[in-house]
Design a protein around this ligand. Sequence first.
Ligand code: DAH
Length: 341
Amino acid sequence: MLERLEELERQALTELEGITDEAGLNAWRVKYLGRSAELGVILAGLRELSKEDRPAVGRRANEVKLNLESTLQTRVEALRVAALERSLQEERLDVSLPGRKPILGRIHPANQTLRQIYNIWAEMGFQIYLSREVETDDFNFGLLNMPEHHPARDMWDTFHTTATGVLLRTHTSPGQIHVMRERAPEPIRVILPGMCYRYEQSSTRAEIQFNQVEGLAVGHHITFADLKGTLNAFARRMFGEHVRTRFRAAHFPFTEPSAEMDIECFICEGKGCSVCRRSGWLEILGCGMVHPIVLRNGGYDPTVFTGFAFGMGPERITMLKHGIDDIRYFWGNDLRFLEQF
Ligand code: DAH
């Protein structure tokens, strides 16, 4: 019996050495230390042994059991440490490496220009008035002195909706009527920024969507001199103290008289270059004195009130400022373009 115990111990310990995973350890535990393992059977059958054999076999059997248990414990621990070391090796982390910079969003170039425009007009006492992008034919054209079949409507190629008389605004000018009807007969000083839509073949100079900033001032003694002075003040703040401007006669149905304002080309300083198309001047906005019919449509008596209005394109101004040669970059979502601002 004692020999059997020696053999059992040797066999168990040799087998344990070769085990490298948890499943193997569990199987080994059942095989040598479990209830029906040989060692267990020997311990359970001690009382059946003769008086002379019992103490020696009992002592030895218990020694073997303790030895197996503690060797198992050591082995379990050794495997755990080995596994930890392996994972530390494999998933090596260098905590001294600098972190990866998160990609920061930035303000879209058109919005940068818009914010600059807002600030300048805010300093001059103009509030921001937001008006709808989906408009009726009446507000986009009729009330702005372009009745049905008026030839000037051709200047604005229009996206119509499936609902008759409902369209996407082609300019911010219909907001003039909304704000006048809301404020009449109080004096008005507002700018109306927002997205406009045109059913056009897109090209380097034309897009189907773009921003405009409309301006409107209505009061008792507003003259064309106020229009020029105010727009000149704007141009100086926007393009620099020494910018030269000029007003050219133009035509818009909703203003009379109408004009377009140019600034001297800041690229060639008026000498003529490709950006100003050799003219030395850059057109930046349309403007004029609010037409009496438009004032009346807004609820103001044109014999008592006068006003001026203007409309400019922030994308166009941004293109001029940064020498951008294709307006389609603005809504093309190309990060290589956007990240330059
Ligand atoms: N609405 C015009 C356009 O889209 C721009 C414009 C011109 C606005 C003259 C005005 C104005 O308020 O007085 O081309």
